[in-house]
Design a protein around this ligand. Structure first.
Ligand SMILES: [Zn+2]
Ligand SMILES: [Zn+2]
Length: 213
C-alpha cells in the first residue's frame, strides 16, 4: 500500500508530498521547503520513518514547487525528473527568486526528462505519467491506479483550477488537459493538488465551476 505524507511549505502554501510504501522506498514530489525548519520537517519525517528516497519528481517548475530541489538532491543523492517543456520555467526561477525575497534559492540540475505514458517506479509502487499542460507548458500528473490517487500539481483544485495568467500558461490548453487527462479517470480517484486540500475526480466533475466535463 502506498502512503502519502503531505507538508505545506513556503509563503505560497505549497503542498510537498512524500510517497512511500511497505518497502521503505520513497519519492519526494515538489519539495517547496525553503526555510531551515521546513527542510528539517521533511528530513525529520523521512528519518523517523526509516525511508529511503530514491527519486525526486517535479509536477512543474514554478518557484513554489522547486525551492527545495537542491536540498533534496544533495541530502539524498537522488536524481531530479521533470518534463522537458518546463525547463524554461525552471530557468526563470533563478532570475525571479530574489524578487520574492528568496535570494538563497539554488537551482538543481535536471537529470531525466519525463514524458506521457512512462511509468515511474519505487518499491512496489507504480506511477503513470500524464502530460497536463496549460498552467505550465510541461506540467505532469502522477497517477497511482492501485491506490486510486493522482498527484496533480496546479491543474485541478477543490472547486478551482490552476492559474493561467503566467507567461507560459494557456487556459484552453489547461481545460483540455483537465477534460482528457483528469475527468477520464474513475470518479473515486483522490486528487492531491499543489495547493489546498484533496478532492476527488467525481466531486470536481459534478461541482467544479470553471471546467465542466
Ligand atoms: Zn504552479
Ligand atoms: Zn503552485
Amino acid at each position: 500500500m502506498t502512503q502519502i505524507k503531505s507538508f505545506v511549505f513556503n509563503p505560497f502554501s505549497e503542498n510537498t508530498y512524500v510517497l512511500y510504501d511497505e518497502t521503505g522506498e520513497a519519492v519526494i514530489i515538489d519539495p517547496g521547503c525553503y526555510e531551515q525548519r521546513e527542510k528539517d520537517a521533511l528530513a525529520g519525517f523521512i528519518e523517523q520513518n526509516n525511508l529511503k528516497p530514491v527519486k525526486l519528481l517535479n509536477t512543474h517548475a514554478h518557484i513554489d514547487h522547486v525551492l527545495g530541489n537542491a536540498f533534496v538532491k544533495r541530502k539524498y543523492g537522488i536524481d531530479l525528473y521533470l518534463h522537458e517543456s518546463d525547463l524554461p520555467v525552471l530557468k526563470a526561477v533563478a532570475v525571479l527568486a530574489p524578487n520574492y525575497g528568496m535570494a538563497a534559492y539554488e537551482e538543481a540540475e535536471v537529470d531525466h526528462f519525463l514524458e506521457a505514458g512512462q511509468t515511474i517506479t519505487f518499491g512496489n509502487t507504480e506511477l503513470e505519467i500524464r502530460f497536463v499542460p496549460g498552467h505550465a507548458p510541461g506540467h505532469l500528473a502522477f497517477v497511482n491506479h492501485a491506490n486510486r490517487f493522482v498527484i496533480g500539481g496546479d491543474v485541478l483544485f477543490r472547486g478551482s483550477i490552476g492559474r493561467t495568467d503566467f507567461p507560459l500558461s494557456d487556459f484552453e490548453t489547461l481545460a483540455r488537459s483537465i477534460r482528457t487527462q483528469f475527468y477520464t479517470l474513475p470518479d473515486d480517484y483522490t486528487v492531491y493538488p499543489g495547493h489546498m486540500g484533496t478532492t476527488t475526480i467525481g466531486q470536481e466533475k459534478k461541482t467544479n465551476p470553471f471546467i465542466r466535463p
